[in-house]
Design a protein around this ligand. Structure first.
Ligand code: S3P
Length: 450
């Protein structure tokens, strides 16, 4: 089933070469945060380059339900008239976050220290995901939550009327949990401290500082210690959302495995908390270069150039790199299928609680297409078959997971026989122009009648 309608079965046929410029959409993480932080200022925040994927649109609708005014000016240009820290009003309806774990967890944090009650739901995928990882730390502020068994949505959150500041060590590497606690800390008096043992994406910290909050990050024996001073007056901003490295991963990886390809993916952020995939691909021997390296909006940025790389070798991806490429393991497993030798990916049990169990979803689909995969609870190994060595020919279940859908379509572009997916509907959550963009480069994608 698609997240917002009938299933869209699709097939990718052997393609190539892929050539041209791939202008991928805005960063999903930064887009969510732009709308939420915009809603927490008094005045008008202007956002350009917003990702207009379903996940972000659902967050925009949620911000309106809490009282902000979110306006679409067309062409990726949006504005948010916010209500200020602590200014959220009680929504008159259930908040539907669709497919988005980032959306629901960050919004729960943002409303958790306001004296209001809100009920959250999502699609079948989101309603199966664990929310206790967020509601446990929110309870320390004085917030109550009532959900289904296993801490799952639908769930009602009763915001703390008299929040207290919190000191919390995040038990798993999760930027969503870190961010939920920081956003809740905004409306608590005093200093809220979040400690993470492993660095995860730091967009919330960077953006809170940009919006005028007082926040400091220190490295210590415990890990990264982030201290936020509560109850700031956030100042409206003009935000230019950079392009999403997690979306860039698809045209980059497809170019590496499709014979004769040469693709330029401009203006991709290389923030070290996000760029682990590109490091790994270069270690595998991919012909992936960074051109025109520069700084934009305080972030390192480059144009990525990816060319067909028939000599790639399997590698061991170290566990400490996992957080910086957590969304990219599905597409890495596709590249690994076309490399020589084994690729071992360790320390990745978080993949089991994403939009789907991503280790299982990829292992089942890769095996059906003739690639051997071993898995443990927190690691997996792909046994590469070399360039042109993947048989293909199977249909893969995507479990309402956009990255699983796009990964198997990329597999089909280079496999010997076509690869089908049961439903491409979820692709619209993060990369609504995927089909048109990949088709423009030369990918042979078809929508199948059911
Ligand atoms: C995100 C954090 C990651 C990532 C997700 C986006 C964010 O999730 O998988 O796509 O924007 O904070 P976790 O925090 O659960 O690792």
């Amino acid at each position: 089933m698609s997240s917002h309608g009938a299933p869209i079965p699709m097939t990718a046929h052997k393609s190539g070469p892929l050539r041209g410029v791939a202008e991928v959409p805005g960063d999903k993480s930064i887009s969510h945060r732009s709308l939420i932080l915009g809603a927490l200022c008094v005045g008008e925040t202007k956002v350009s380059g917003l990702l207009e994927g379903q996940d972000v649109l659902d967050t925009g609708r949620a911000m309106q339900a809490f009282g902000a005014d979110v306006v679409n000016h067309g062409g990726g240009s949006w504005s948010v008239h916010g209500v200020g820290v602590g200014g959220f009003g009680e929504p008159g309806q259930v908040i539907d976050c669709g497919n988005s774990g980032t959306g629901v967890r960050l919004i729960m944090g943002a409303m958790a220290t306001c004296p209001i009650t809100a009920t959250f739901t999502g699609d079948v995928s989101l309603n199966g995901r664990p929310m206790g990882r967020v509601t446990d730390p929110l309870a320390l502020f004085g917030t109550q939550s009532h959900g289904r068994s296993g801490g799952r949505l639908p769930m009602t959150i009763i915001g703390a009327a008299d929040p207290v500041p919190v000191r919390y060590t995040v038990p798993m590497p999760s930027a969503q949990v870190k961010s939920a606690v920081l956003l809740a800390g905004l409306n608590a008096p005093g200093e809220t401290v979040v400690i993470e043992k492993e660095a995860t994406r730091d967009h919330t910290e960077r953006m809170l500082t940009g919006f005028g909050a007082t926040l400091r990050t220190e490295e210590s024996a415990e890990g990264r210690v982030i201290t936020l001073t509560g109850q700031p007056e956030l100042q409206p901003q003009q935000i230019v959302v950079p392009r999403d490295p997690s979306s860039a991963a698809f045209p980059v990886c497809a170019a590496l495995i499709v014979e004769g390809s040469d693709v330029l993916v401009p203006t991709i952020g290389l923030n070290p908390t996000r760029a682990g995939l590109f490091t790994t691909l270069r270690e595998m021997g991919a012909d992936l270069t960074y051109e025109n390296m520069r700084e934009e909006g305080g972030e390192p940025v480059a144009d990525l150039r990816a060319r067909f790389s028939p000599e790639m070798k399997g590698v061991e991806v170290p566990p400490e790199r996992a957080a910086s490429m957590i969304d990219e393991y599905p597409i890495l497993s596709v590249v690994a299928s076309f490399a020589q030798g084994r690729t071992y990916m360790a320390g990745v049990k978080e993949l089991r609680v994403k939009e789907s169990d991503r280790i299982d979803a990829m292992a089942v689909g890769l095996r059906a297409n003739g690639v051997d995969v071993d898995e443990t609870e927190d690691s997996w190994t792909v046994h590469g078959r070399g360039a042109d060595g993947v048989p293909g020919g199977a249909t893969c279940a995507t479990h309402l997971d956009h990255r699983i859908a796009m990964s198997f379509l990329c597999l089909g572009m280079a496999a010997q026989k076509p690869v089908s997916i049961d439903d491409g509907g979820a692709i619209a959550t993060s990369f609504p122009i995927f089909e048109a963009l990949m088709g423009g480069l030369g990918a042979q994608l078809t929508r199948d009648t059911q």
